[in-house]
Design a protein around this ligand. Structure first.
Ligand SMILES: [Cu+2]
Length: 145
């Protein structure tokens, strides 16, 4: 019965489509920029999509490669750019929280291992409904970032 595995996987696939199942919270576009030479501070960007029915609250982010991770938001007031720390980020049902240059971002502080460009990095995103773990590769920071 060499067709059975194929048949089974087709059934699983069809079943998944019908229920429109999938993880309620999805993280995409993860970019982690390696610390500049002489620094131990990296920056992280990503999108968190809430496909669930309920609002979620991201209340902590951590990484085994860094001592501490904070969520920050850059705001520009009277032409002066400031960063403030966010204790939590709420994402309503159907909404996406975008962490990007010039806006919300992750500040990765105190590199505890090799965080040169090309090194693996893991982000642990805690929200009120669970924990999401994403892995990425440290990228080199461009001069403008
Ligand atoms: Cu910051």
């Amino acid at each position: 019965m060499r067709f059975l595995p194929l048949l089974l996987s087709l059934l699983v696939f069809i079943g998944a489509c019908e229920k429109e199942q999938g993880p309620p919270v999805v993280i995409s576009d993860v970019r982690v920029l390696a610390p500049m030479p002489g620094s131990t501070m990296g920056v992280g960007y990503m999108s968190i999509v809430n496909r669930g029915e309920e609002t979620i609250t991201v209340d902590a982010v951590s990484s085994p490669q860094f001592e501490k991770v904070e969520m920050h938001e850059t705001t520009i007031t009277d032409g002066i750019s400031r960063m403030r720390r966010l204790d939590h980020v709420q994402i309503q049902s159907g909404a996406t929280a975008v962490f990007e240059a010039g806006g919300k971002h992750l500040m990765l502080m105190g590199a505890t291992s090799d965080t040169a460009p090309g090194s693996p990095v893991t982000l642990e995103i805690n929200h009120n409904n669970g924990l999401l773990i994403v892995s990425a590769t440290m990228q080199a920071r461009l001069p403008a970032e």
